[in-house]
Design a binder for this molecule. Structure first.
Ligand SMILES: N=CN[C@@H](CCC(=O)O)C(=O)O
Ligand SMILES: [Zn+2]
Length: 411
């Protein structure tokens, strides 16, 4: 099957030579071709170039993109899309003055979602979660990482990971599964942290490996959650099963957690609302990519990741949604990029790099996703007619997406 997209006003994020990620000042550059065509063969990008160089070819379908921008679909490297129910009451409690921490201390927060998840059948969780996946696909997401972490029991964690596996099987979007058993301590292990970590290492991980249910391992390294030493135990155990770490860290406090993650070759460190100069130094010269989650900062009113400071220091940065019931009940990457421009003072070029090629890197899929490169997956957003790609973050709240193509097919 050959599909030809013609008369593209701007074909953006064009990388003739494949790259893994972009860092520092490179993030300000977003290569593009004006008045372009792009040829899709089956599920791959086969050719692209200027309209004037379009060769004579026979195709099965032509899409006229006059006035429209074409770019790679969003690569959302950090979500918790699989969950049961919602946490609307906590939303109202926060409006009335309670903080995220106060709600968690009352047994709300992650433990609230864990209770709901353990009471809900696998089929029902799948049915609720697939609606969120379908929604973000329509919003232009073509690759997504999904975490467990609302089970916190052997059965609960396996149930979540099996739902992620089923989503992988049934949807064309690229999905990476991350095991986040170390998301919070269940109440019965509140005073016995090592006991719960033993359950993670000796009971959960072997079963997950046996069923091949996870690609990565995560922990919530934070004051009041998992300490550096506890997170190190988790990362080391994961490594034994071939699971590279992607760690929640520096969301509320900076406790030198980033150093431990870099030491253990984490693929990404995520959140980073609070970042010290030492953290930035440590991230330099590492292969670990920082991931910012601006919708979370927006929703629970916490600081935004200091993107400018990090980019000025030469670091790469990825942007992801953090879609979850507690701190970010939205997976809309269009809102993520707009918020990063508006609140983090990133430029349109930087946010698009952060949400495509760098997001792909943060999921370990930049060889196949995240740019317009021959041989990569034909995962594309075709916008409505717009003046330029600047309009995407500018017109926040307006749906400017006309069509989404995943694996070569309009969805
Ligand atoms: N901070 C840790 N985990 C999630 C939120 C968990 C929740 O409140 O349900 C996050 O990334 O924001
Ligand atoms: Zn998260």
């Amino acid at each position: 099957m050959r599909t030809l997209i013609t008369n593209i006003k701007e074909l953006i994020q064009v990388r003739e030579t494949p790259i893994a990620k972009v860092s520092g000042t490179e993030m300000a550059l977003l290569p593009k071709i004006e008045n372009a065509y792009l040829l899709i063969e089956d599920n791959l990008i086969a050719e692209f170039g200027k309209m004037e160089n379009l060769p004579e070819i026979s195709v099965d379908k032509t899409i006229d993109a006059t006035g429209k921008v074409v770019l790679p679909t969003w690569c959302d490297s950090h979500t918790h899309i699989v969950y049961a129910g919602n946490r609307v009451q906590e939303f109202v409690d926060r409006i009335n003055g309670l903080s995220y921490e106060e709600i968690a201390n009352r047994g709300g927060g992650i433990l609230n979602s864990a209770k709901k998840l353990n009471e809900t059948s696998e089929e029902e969780i799948y049915n609720q979660s697939k609606l969120r996946l379908e929604e973000v696909m329509q919003q232009g997401t073509g690759a997504v990482e999904i975490k467990s972490g609302y089970g916190l029991t052997v059965e609960g964690e396996l149930k979540m990971l099996r739902v992620i596996k089923k989503l992988k099987e049934n949807y064309p979007v690229a999905i990476k599964a991350t095991f986040l058993g170390a998301h919070a301590f269940p109440t019965e292990f509140k005073e016995n942290h090592s006991g719960y970590i033993d359950v993670i290492i000796n009971e959960m991980l072997p079963k997950i490996a046996e069923e091949n249910l996870a690609d990565y391992i995560d922990a919530f390294l934070e004051t009041g959650y998992f300490s550096i030493e506890e997170t190190e135990r988790i990362m080391e155990a994961g490594k034994k099963y071939g699971l590279t770490a992607k760690i929640h860290v520096n969301q509320f406090t900076a406790i030198n957690g980033i150093e431990a993650c870099v030491k253990h070759n984490a693929l990404s460190v995520d959140h980073l609302e609070i970042v010290t100069d030492e953290d930035i130094e440590i991230l330099k010269n590492s292969q670990t990519i920082p991931v910012a989650l601006p919708s979370c900062s927006y929703f629970i009113s916490i600081p935004y990741t200091p993107a400018r400071k990090m980019l000025n220091a030469g670091l790469p940065l990825a942007l992801a949604s953090d879609f979850n019931p507690g701190t970010t009940p939205s997976g809309n990457m269009n809102f993520v990029i707009a918020t990063a421009c508006i609140k983090m003072k990133m430029t349109p070029e930087e946010v698009i790099n952060a949400a495509t090629i760098n997001g792909a890197y943060a999921m370990g899929i930049s060889e196949t996703h995240g740019s317009i490169t021959k041989g990569k997956r034909a995962n594309l957003i075709i916008t409505k007619p717009i003046t330029s790609y600047y309009q995407l973050p500018y017109a926040f709240g307006t749906n400017l997406i006309d069509e989404v193509i995943i694996e070569g097919k309009v969805i």
